[in-house]
Design a protein around this ligand. Sequence first.
Ligand SMILES: *Cc1c(COP(=O)(O)O)cnc(C)c1O
Length: 399
Amino acid sequence: MPTEDIRASLGLRPVINVSGTMTSLGASIVVPEAIAAMTAILPQFVEINDLQRKASAVIARLTGGEAGFVTASCSAGISLAVAGAMTGADLLAIEKLPDVTPERNEVLVQMGHVVSYGAPVDQAIRLAGGKVVLIGQATSAHRYHMENAINEKTAAAVYVVSHHVVDYGLLKLTEFVEIAHAKGVPVIVDAASEYDLRIFLEQGADIVLYSGHKFLGGPTSGIVAGKKDLVRNAFLQNMGIGRGMKAGKESVFGVMAALEAWEKRDHDGIRAREAGYLQLWRETLEGRPGVTALIEPDPTDNPLDRMRVIICEQQAHITAWDLAEALARGTPPIIVRDHEIEHRHFYLDPCNLHPGQEAIVARRLADELDKAAASNEIIATPLENRSRHRFDSALRWPD
Ligand SMILES: *Cc1c(COP(=O)(O)O)cnc(C)c1O
């Protein structure tokens, strides 16, 4: 934990993040190596394309790709990779985007992959001038859907790896790649939140995109990696739509440091520490009426377990969403992973805690559940209120 908490002097709430890597909470704890790298380079001038060449070498070494570069975000990476697939190295075409001439701008995506990571996947494609062509239905995509969707206007195919996507009935990456490559279409993989830096290129992807600020613990940024010519064509977009998505010297160097730290990170030690947190929370919740605590693996096989906390409101005297809300409102605020809350459960994600915070989480959970248990009435606000008021605060911003 930092000795001095800057948040108090800013008048910001000292939130504890048990929700995972959330952009809305500041993504992740940046590793000391990346902080040191950013501090070291900020006062210096560099030739930025040369710095990106150095980044390319580090990205290539860690991903097994031929080249790579750093951009503003994974979302930016999707736009730049799609743009590169449409323009090639044509500098005039790059300047004209998002207008596309001649029109070879169709981008295939399985319908079950068109999700929101806080913004729509398809918008990142449209932003580059791409025209999204949906394959299949939400829970079903087959070879014939994709084969028939490919024509002379097809520029690329985008594949999303995420807990957000539909996890059954869709084309696996290897099959998706095989169908695309049979017709000369490059495959772009959005792997923003995936720990495995090599597997998607190994499975045949031409470009893979990662977030620098999620599991890697780097600055806010995106990593583009893959085939040299396609990565270069995406990089050239910095003279076009990529200008507004650029990464500064500190982000480029910060990501290089985060990648090298990742290589040396004590992954087993971290896993063991997180297992200890989960065990503590299990002990805290065990035996409480209406509370079931399950330890579950990550849905996309990242080496990470989370705790699913299932709440039966009749016995616990509070609904899952009211409990999540109470945890978020209290002191200190505990933000849980609540995207499936209508199923009457939330998750506790141990990956973004400073040592010691696990005990605060346990205490706050116990306090809120004790309070609910002592209440004569069941604390149950209608779930509809939550969705109705979801964007109220954002719509009032900055007030
Ligand atoms: C987080 C996420 C993104 C966006 O990443 P940023 O780097 O924050 O732009 C894109 N796709 C998926 C699947 C994500 O989880």
